[in-house]
Design a protein around this ligand. Structure first.
Ligand code: AQP
Length: 332
């Protein structure tokens, strides 16, 4: 049976890039596989401590978001990374066999550290090792993520292979990335060359799952496009990153193909298309935001979900940690 694991950082309100690139796909695995979905709060520290109250609040909000998007805690284990000590234990061990050269190639570190590399934290630099530990700790077979995480997933596979070589046995399962759908890399609404991201300084770059009707409409109306009409072929979107982004978002929301969207809107202006997109966003996103509010109001329920999820996650992960300790001769 497949074991699926994925997670999102509780670093702020979640956007449709996280939803279409990750969570929406997670939901489909719940019936055929064992599924574990983590709120990766330790990763959220890599860009600084947000403050204790905000951190607690962000974790609960993310749990509410997972459930509102269709993750069923009766089918999936939903837990916070910091409730499971195995993540840190394994991360250290894996860090000791990860060459600096591998980490130096990680483009996300370069993007996030920017010109201020000397002031970036060791945590931010080591982020991909902790991510490898997150996955290998559960012997996950598949990891559904957006395209931006492909390089980190490849590193996790390299680290697993290096560990197996060191101990002389195929201990870790080599996890497969699962990058699926038509919106694996949702771009900023302000610039089709940049990824839609929680940390983009412009609120107009992203649609949040908690945005209200008016805000969604405003953001889409202001979204950058070009002056050409909508083309009638997929090839016609080449070199038109903003146009391509909006069409892909629409296809993903409607669970259809880019070609189907083009067949309906070919020759039309973007102002007409944007109106249709606003309506589609209203019908898909607004119910998620409303459900999140309802779930958050039931604080005990959210805490119980986290408790149950952590119990299951600790059961699996402590077995892995014990086996790893034995394999390399550490004392338990
Ligand atoms: N723009 C995106 N398009 C498709 N998938 C995306 N993901 C993130 N942005 C996009 C996917 O969402 C999951 C969780 O990501 P994360 O929050 O843990 O880290 P991130 O990739 O760094 O996300 P952000 O939104 O860009 O946050 P910040 O600004 O804090 O860095 C992953 O599966 C990711 O692929």
């Amino acid at each position: 049976m497949k074991r699926i694991l994925s997670g999102i950082q509780p670093t702020g309100a979640i956007h449709i890039g996280n939803y279409l690139g990750a969570i929406k796909n997670w939901v489909t695995f719940q019936t055929q596989s064992e599924t574990l979905f983590c709120v990766v709060d330790l990763h959220a520290l890599t860009t600084g401590y947000p403050g204790a109250a905000e951190m607690q609040n962000n974790v609960r909000t993310m749990v509410a978001c997972y459930i509102a998007c269709g993750i069923d805690p009766k089918k999936s284990s939903v837990f916070a990374q910091s409730d499971v000590p195995g993540h840190c234990q394994l991360s250290w061990i894996l860090g000791c066999i990860t060459p600096l050269g591998w980490l130096n190639r990680m483009t996300q570190f370069k993007d996030k550290a920017g010109k201020n590399k000397e002031n970036a934290s060791l945590g931010l630099y080591g982020y991909p090792v902790l991510m490898a530990a997150d996955i290998l700790l559960y012997q996950a077979t598949h990891v559904p993520v957006g395209a931006d995480q492909k390089q980190h997933l490849e590193l996790a596979r390299d680290i697993a292979t290096a560990f197996n070589r060191e101990v002389g046995e195929d201990f870790f399962i080599i996890p497969e990335p699962f990058i699926q759908g038509v919106a694996t890399r949702v771009m900023s609404l302000r610039d089709g060359a940049d990824k839609m991201s929680k940390s983009d300084p412009s609120d107009y770059s992203r649609i949040l799952l908690t945005d209200d009707m008016d805000v969604i409409a405003q953001k889409i109306r202001k979204a950058k496009t070009d002056s050409e009409p909508i083309p009638d072929t997929v090839e016609g979107l080449a070199d038109r990153p903003e146009a391509q982004n909006l069409i892909q978002i629409m296809a993903s929301l409607e669970e259809t193909e880019v070609a189907d969207v083009l067949a309906r809107y070919a020759g039309e202006s973007f102002s007409l298309f944007k109106q249709a997109m606003i309506e589609t966003l209203h019908s898909t996103i607004l119910p998620i935001g409303q459900k999140m509010q309802e779930i958050l109001a039931a604080k005990d329920y959210v805490d119980q979900v986290l408790k149950d999820g952590a119990e299951r996650a600790n059961d699996i992960s402590q077995k892995t940690v014990q086996q790893v300790y034995q394999l390399i001769g550490l004392r338990k």
